[in-house]
Design a protein around this ligand. Sequence first.
Ligand SMILES: Cc1cc2nc3c(=O)[nH]c(=O)nc-3n(C[C@H](O)[C@H](O)[C@H](O)COP(=O)(O)OP(=O)(O)OC[C@H]3O[C@@H](n4cnc5c(N)ncnc54)[C@H](O)[C@@H]3O)c2cc1C
Length: 421
Amino acid sequence: MPKKSTAPCDTTCDATFDLVVAGAGMVGATAACLFAKQGLRVGLLDSKPVADGQADTIHPRGDSRVSAVNIASMNIFQALEVWQTMLDKRVSRYHAMHVWEQGSDAAISFDAQALGQPQLGFIIENSVIVSALIEKLRQNYNVSIMENTSLSQRQIHKDKLVLVTEDNKSLECGLLVGADGAQSKVRELCDIDTASFDYEQDAIVTRVTTEKGHRKTAWQSFLPTGPVAMLPLQDGRCSIVWSCDRAGGMDCADRLMDLSDDAFCKVLSGYFDQHLGPVLECDERFRFPLRQYHAAHYISKYTALVGDAAHITHPLAGLGANIGFMDVAALAEVVEAARTNGRNIANHSVLRRYERWRKGENALVLGMMKGFKTVFGQSQEPIKTARRLGLNLADRIPPLKAQFAKYAMGLSGDLPEICKG
Ligand SMILES: Cc1cc2nc3c(=O)[nH]c(=O)nc-3n(C[C@H](O)[C@H](O)[C@H](O)COP(=O)(O)OP(=O)(O)OC[C@H]3O[C@@H](n4cnc5c(N)ncnc54)[C@H](O)[C@@H]3O)c2cc1C
């Protein structure tokens, strides 16, 4: 194992970095890899133990948390030379997607071949993504990983920050990247507000075995209580993300969590039977409350927020982590441009460029997800008819459909260079 370098610091601090990333989740670890690739000295800290990056940290039967990863994100992982490691661990490609509304003939299908793509995207366990990135970081002498610690103070000095950790270490850095998720401490230390909205839904996740194979297709059905997705896994099973009203109705999260495994499989079979046959067995179910929020600002003095620290959205389109990876790619691009021009990487105008770039793009995604949830949650007849017509029409207009698919694959909008592949 190579020895980590912690750059020498002045007399008052324990370590000096060009940049500190708080949060070693999927987005923070990607940020650390990107900045380390630029030759910057990076400190990466997490309040929990950080994966050691070895293959045996990956659960043999799979992690219950998976993400649909789009082509733009794959392009980032390829550029970071971690994609092959992910493939070697466990990645499932999907070539088609079928979305329909329960109880109506409204449906839309996407096919990679028809769109001239080798695949539409990938289903990857979150732990596979993190461990491949950490494995890469642990080989880099310019990266120091600090685990089981958090920031307690962020002091602004003339042209740098001094950060104090809960275990009383002081870290000097030019730029702080907050990738510490929903309850971001960095966001709190910067006093940044969020606009939030509770979906009053929970996502239930588990893995299931179905009688018929998934045929490398992602399946999603919109029920009156919320969307349920069956995502194809490499071992032939499917990962379920069932977003449903928290309480009250037949298919509410409270009730679904209380059902026996057999009863849960039976309810699920009722919605997917026609495509996948009966659901034969399921793993343990986990539940996640769903809400949306958006930080009022992505930047503060010498600081930038990325990923869930800046925004959280509904998982129905599988975009949350993907837009986080794109934040990081955009931030890395503006930082690199500043360095090329001999400017301070944390200059206000540099960070402001990042904020302007990503906040508008993310607001669009958050707005669309809220819109989808609202439109598919209505049961009045005129809205149901409009919904059916809209979905069927989109299915029959190839250029419109191609535009939707391009968006979901992360191949439209104002893309950072690295996302273009
Ligand atoms: C059910 C469900 C399904 C989803 N499916 C998809 C999908 O298919 N595709 C997709 O793109 N997105 C999906 N998402 C969204 C995606 O999971 C998140 O957007 C993504 O995990 C965010 O990553 P992150 O690294 O920003 O935050 P996190 O994953 O929350 O990581 C934050 C990291 O910071 C650490 N941390 C926390 N507090 C501190 C602190 N004070 N100090 C230091 N470290 C700290 C944590 O330990 C963690 O390691 C889904 C979400 C849900 C709930």
